[in-house]
Write a protein that binds this ligand. Structure first.
Ligand SMILES: Cc1cc2nc3c(=O)[nH]c(=O)nc-3n(C[C@H](O)[C@H](O)[C@H](O)COP(=O)(O)OP(=O)(O)OC[C@H]3O[C@@H](n4cnc5c(N)ncnc54)[C@H](O)[C@@H]3O)c2cc1C
Length: 557
């Protein structure tokens, strides 16, 4: 391949990082961006997501630092905050509060600040390097220039063609690459979509003067499928917090003033609501709903044009709640660099394969979680996903109280390790042993949280959590079919007398007023609970046994 000129379409993070790599391999690089870039760290419409919380995990930051040595210092000098994770974070996971071990750290800043810093470094470095960099702002690529079935450049909105040896599409979720490829005679790439129907609402606040809690950030996660709301409150440059609220299953974060606060109040713990309710808002509330996990499998196409690659969100975009897109953009940029160094004949195909691999771990994490929601729109969940999720539940619970498992989990979330590393013998052993080891061992941190984390690992966390989150009566109602199932089995095995009383005792502890037993009996019957050879007789025994409940003064209507 001739290495005279490369064109990058899109000047957000994927495009900027790709342009940085290309300046090391081409004489000239042109970056075409639809927007005009702001002079400083300001919002622009092409990256409307930048009004929402953006967490850059360690791996992403490390790789960006490799591409732009000194970037981290620049961000800190511009006011980015450094926080220990989870040391400085009150983090409510699906399995309860995470103990505040000192495992890793994050820089937190607004997304416009990061884009400004990367853009500034890109142009400064190019000015002193051998390659020429042109930023074509306020312009747009409307198509590719073909040469046979390959790509020889791009066509601008203004009608002007630009010849290029390599074109990089970094235009994000709205990429028109499938249509452009079809125009060259290639089939559409297979796609996978997992849509948790999640919506964000975000607002900036001034951190109240004198406000001095024992945390720097809050992260209150949903506990799917029981609860669907997540809230994050993170410090940003300029003495601000960004508060992002999100809800899955169409329980979208709301943009109305009162509804926003109400939503915050409805999170699994009031701490975030308490923090923002008297804080001064610095921005309107903005919403965002284009959050589906969406993967275009370019790597599976049987043929691929020379002179063209697709990167970033244009290939694979994630439910942003897991904070992975920017890190995957950095991993993909490094993959592009490696492929250009190898200079193989099929360089472009190799890029597509590596870019697909760069996003694979993040995809597993994001979709594995999202598939827990009943409302998520996706192909039916496989048994393997359910088994993995069950194991991950244990990992999350153990990570709350075990520093080493916490470090392994954070490595995976930060994309520093593959998800498979959670099945490594060292982690597996701690996770499976955790029930015994931690049952009586308190974790560090505030007293209330210690107790809750220990309960989770002792296997009681789920019960305790739900007991707090669901009205008592509703909880009892939900449990009744299960208790009756158990009772049915006991009757069947002729062991109802002794253990049936225990089931009745549990019910007595939970119920304090009458409710309708009818639907539960119908439900039992429909599910064919084994009630002995003669179902009529078994049922009669069961109903007899329900007398136990009557004698325990529960009134069934
Ligand atoms: C609400 C939300 C929160 C997020 N939070 C996080 C987070 O916490 N952590 C994280 O790592 N990631 C997060 N992400 C993901 C992150 O924003 C993206 O992964 C990241 O911006 C990289 O995307 P990109 O550069 O590939 O595409 P985009 O950011 O979508 O940029 C595409 C660019 O291409 C330009 N463009 C489009 N078409 C054309 C054209 N034809 N010609 C010229 N220019 C064009 C656009 O103007 C834009 O500048 C979040 C995303 C959302 C939506």
């Amino acid at each position: 391949m001739n290495r005279d000129h490369a064109v990058v379409i899109g000047g957000s993070l994927s495009g900027l990082l790709a342009a940085r790599v290309l300046t090391g391999h081409f004489d000239r690089v042109t970056l075409v961006e639809r927007d005009r870039f702001p002079a400083g760290a300001a919002f622009r419409p092409g990256t409307s997501q930048s009004r929402h919380l953006h967490v850059l995990w360690t791996r992403g930051l490390e790789l960006m630092e490799e591409l732009f040595p000194g970037l981290e210092r620049m961000l800190l000098d511009a006011g980015a905050a450094e926080i220990g994770v989870p040391a400085d974070v009150l983090w409510l996971t699906s399995a309860g509060w995470r103990n505040r071990f000192d495992v890793t750290r994050l820089l937190t800043f607004s997304r416009p600040l990061l884009d400004w810093a990367v853009r500034t470094r890109l142009t400064e470095d190019a000015a002193s390097g051998p390659a020429t960099l042109d930023l074509l702002e306020d312009n747009e690529v409307v198509g590719l220039i073909p040469t046979g079935t390959d790509v020889a450049g791009v066509e601008l909105r203004t009608g002007e063609p630009i010849a290029a040896d390599l074109v990089v599409d970094a235009t994000g979720r709205g990429s028109r690459a499938p249509a452009w490829l079809a125009g060259l005679g290639y089939p559409e790439p297979p796609e996978t979509r997992v849509d948790p129907l999640l919506g964000y609402a975000s607002r900036f606040y001034a951190i109240p003067p004198g406000f001095d809690p024992d945390w720097k950030a809050l992260y209150l996660q949903a506990d799917p499928p029981a609860t669907r709301r997540t809230g994050g409150l993170f410090p940003q440059e300029g003495g601000r917090w960004i508060c992002s609220l999100s809800g899955a299953g169409r329980d979208y974060g709301p943009t109305g003033e009162a509804a926003f606060l109400d939503f915050a109040k409805g999170l699994r713990d009031p701490v975030l609501y308490e923090a923002i309710r008297h804080a001064e808002p610095l921005s309107p509330i903005t919403g965002y709903r284009r959050t589906a996990n969406h993967r275009r499998h370019y790597e599976r196409l049987p043929a691929w044009p020379r002179g063209f690659v697709v990167m970033g969100d244009a290939v694979c975009s994630f439910n942003p709640i897991y904070g992975q897109g920017m890190s995957v953009a950095a991993i993909s940029a490094v993959a592009l660099d490696r492929c250009l160094r190898e200079a193989a004949d099929d360089m472009e195909r190799r890029v597509q394969r590596r870019v697909a691999r760069s996003g694979a771990g993040a995809w597993l994490i994001a979709t594995g979680e999202d598939l827990r929601y009943r409302e998520t729109e996706a192909a039916p969940t496989r048994l393997s996903t359910r088994l993995i999720n069950a194991y991950v539940d244990r990992v999350v619970a153990t990570a709350n109280v075990d520093r080493r498992v916490c470090a392994s989990l954070l490595d995976v979330l930060a994309l520093s390790s593959a998800p498979a590393s959670l099945f490594a013998p060292a982690v597996l052993a701690r996770v499976t042993a955790s029930r015994i080891r931690h049952a009586s061992r308190p974790a560090g941190g505030p007293a209330e949280r210690v107790g809750r984390a220990a309960e989770v690992v002792a296997g009681r966390g789920g019960r305790e959590r739900r007991r707090r989150e669901l009205p008592r009566r509703e909880l009892a109602r939900r449990r009744l079919p299960r208790r009756l199932d158990a009772l049915g089995h006991l009757v069947h095995r002729g062991r109802a007398e002794r253990r049936g009383a225990r089931v009745a005792g549990a019910l007595r502890a939970e119920l304090d007023e009458p409710f309708d037993l009818g639907p539960c009996l119908v439900d039992l019957d429909l599910r064919g609970v084994p009630l002995g050879d003669d179902r009529g007789q078994g049922s009669a025994q069961l109903v007899d046994h329900l007398g136990v409940f009557a004698r325990t003064e529960l009134l069934f209507q």
